[in-house]
Design a binder for this molecule. Structure first.
Ligand code: FUL
Length: 487
């Protein structure tokens, strides 16, 4: 009893002294929260996928598994060229299909004959995973692997032995090639295949067959800093389509009861959930061509600059990461047409981000928490931020210029280490005609990008209408994106 009263007197004194002093109190987080590897991953924003192996030479999207290693025969394979192109494109990493559904392995795995070691490429002495890992290192890119759970070549697919084989392969990939930033578990599996000559249909129970919890533990053990992607995480989730578009409302938290690649009814996760229990942000994957693999007949179907820009805004700009696939051609190179489009996107984005017009604006907030003033939204420290007072879930941030500005893009970021909070906002600009509302939306998360097309503006207002708890913004920017050509 005495102890309790002493405790409450102590607490009162503490509250009294902090309300009298200028002490900056930490802000309570709103769970679920990202871990440090998810945060580092989120900062990558844009990175590349490489689809290259047997299908490249058979001109297919899904090989049956009866191909023979002799068919894998690139004439000028150069993983350094891929890394150079990716780097120049502004990508932060590359994830390669180490093994796709047909089972052919791009490294000399000790557990199968169905690999580069029996191919004509480098007379069977090549190891493409090593080459790409080295090239990524040289060009300062992160390196990730895709290992298809479904294997249409393997005789044991469907039995327990295959799951051991899968883990053995994974162990090779996660042990021998340096740091891996992302492990990609594809969801497509089950169905007909070669299966060591059985040529039959094999269905597996996707939830239980692979014993995912054990495989996830293996990844944690071998590459504790890697994030694991599958339809529902555990770390990164699929955005729910292969067009590269996140939803307008995209929560990083999801309500999740289990995790496995290829979960049916994925739709319920696509937008995430405001009251989600696990932090599992989205990754938006899309190919620069119609196919994931190279097909010569698609040489003139590479996405246009406008399409790529649109995807960028609808992925990175909607609280997602952008994973852009490059189908490597039969020479073993990123095709010239693809490289040209990547360059256009890189130039476009660097021009857009070149000048931040927020630098010359006066920034005001309708309310601020002590120690978290409005100017902290726009400084060079990514860990400083503006926040509304405790219990205040609505606020307005206004930017004002002394002369009209020709701008067309607004960027805003929540400070996600303390949780995703904002659930409703509006965006307005002021022109000679007065104020007009240009957008109303729900989520912000890591980044929200808003494009607009108005006469020059003298002010803009980002209003947080509602939030799960007092909102926290870490960054904002105002840009002038170049005009897009009509292609
Ligand atoms: C899908 C696969 O079936 C496609 O072939 C491709 O690899 C894509 C990224 O994932 O599930």
């Amino acid at each position: 009893m005495i102890k309790n009263s002493l405790l409450s007197i102590g607490l009162m004194l503490l509250l009294f002294s902090s309300s009298c002093s200028n002490e900056i109190l930490p802000i309570p987080p709103v769970e679920p929260l990202p871990n440090e590897y998810q945060l580092a991953w989120q900062e990558l924003e844009y990175y590349g996928f490489i689809h290259f192996n047997m299908n490249t030479f058979t001109n297919k999207e899904w090989g049956y598994g009866d191909e023979i290693p002799a068919q894998f025969n690139p004439s000028e394979l150069d993983a350094r060229q891929w890394a150079r192109v990716a780097k120049e494109a502004g990508m932060k990493g590359l994830i390669i299909t180490a093994k796709h559904h047909d089972g052919f392995s791009l490294w000399p795995s000790a557990y199968t004959e169905h690999s580069v070691k029996n191919s004509p490429w480098k007379e069977g002495k090549g190891d493409l995973i090593q080459e790409l890992s080295d090239a990524c290192k040289e060009f300062g890119l992160k390196f990730g692997v895709y290992l298809s759970p479904w294997d249409r070549n393997h005789a044991d697919y469907g039995k327990k032995e295959y799951v051991d084989y899968y883990r053995n392969q994974l162990r090779e990939l996660l042990t021998n090639y340096g740091p891996i930033f992302e492990v990609w578990f594809d969801g497509a599996n089950g169905g007909d295949g070669f299966y060591g000559g059985a040529n039959e249909e094999r269905r597996v129970e996707k939830r239980t067959y692979y014993e995912w919890p054990t495989t996830i533990d293996l990844v944690r053990d071998l590459q504790p800093k890697a994030v694991i992607f599958s339809d529902a995480g555990p770390d990164i989730r699929w955005v729910g389509n292969e067009r590269g578009y996140a939803y307008d409302t995209t929560w990083s938290p999801i309500l999740r009861d289990s995790v496995y690649a290829g979960m049916p009814g994925f739709d319920k996760y696509a937008k995430g959930q405001e009251n989600g229990t696990h932090w599992v942000p989205t990754e938006s994957d899309v190919s620069i061509r119609p196919g994931w693999y190279y097909h010569p007949e698609q040489d003139d179907k590479v996405k246009t600059l406008s399409q790529l820009v649109d995807i960028y805004f609808n992925s990175v700009g909607r609280n997602s990461n952008f994973l852009l696939n490059l189908p490597i051609d039969t020479r073993g190179l990123v095709h010239e047409n693809d490289e040209a489009q990547l360059k256009k996107l890189a130039i476009y984005l660097s021009k857009m981000y070149e000048t931040d017009f927020a630098d010359s604006a006066k920034i005001k907030a309708s309310v601020s928490r002590q120690g978290y003033a409005a100017d902290l939204i726009h400084d060079t420290n990514k860990h400083s931020y503006w926040a509304a007072p405790e219990g205040v879930n609505t606020a307005q941030i206004e930017l004002e210029w002394t002369s009209p500005q020709e701008v067309n893009t607004f960027m805003v970021q929540e400070y996600i280490p303390l949780g995703q909070r904002i659930k409703s906002f509006t965006f307005e600009v002021k022109t000679e005609e007065g104020w007009q509302t240009l957008e109303t939306g729900a989520t912000v998360g890591n980044k929200r990008l808003i494009r607009f097309n108005t006469p020059p503006i003298t002010a803009l207002r980002f209003s947080i209408i509602d939030s799960k708890a007092s909102p926290i913004l870490s960054n904002l920017g105002v840009y002038k994106a170049p005009k897009l050509p009509t292609e």
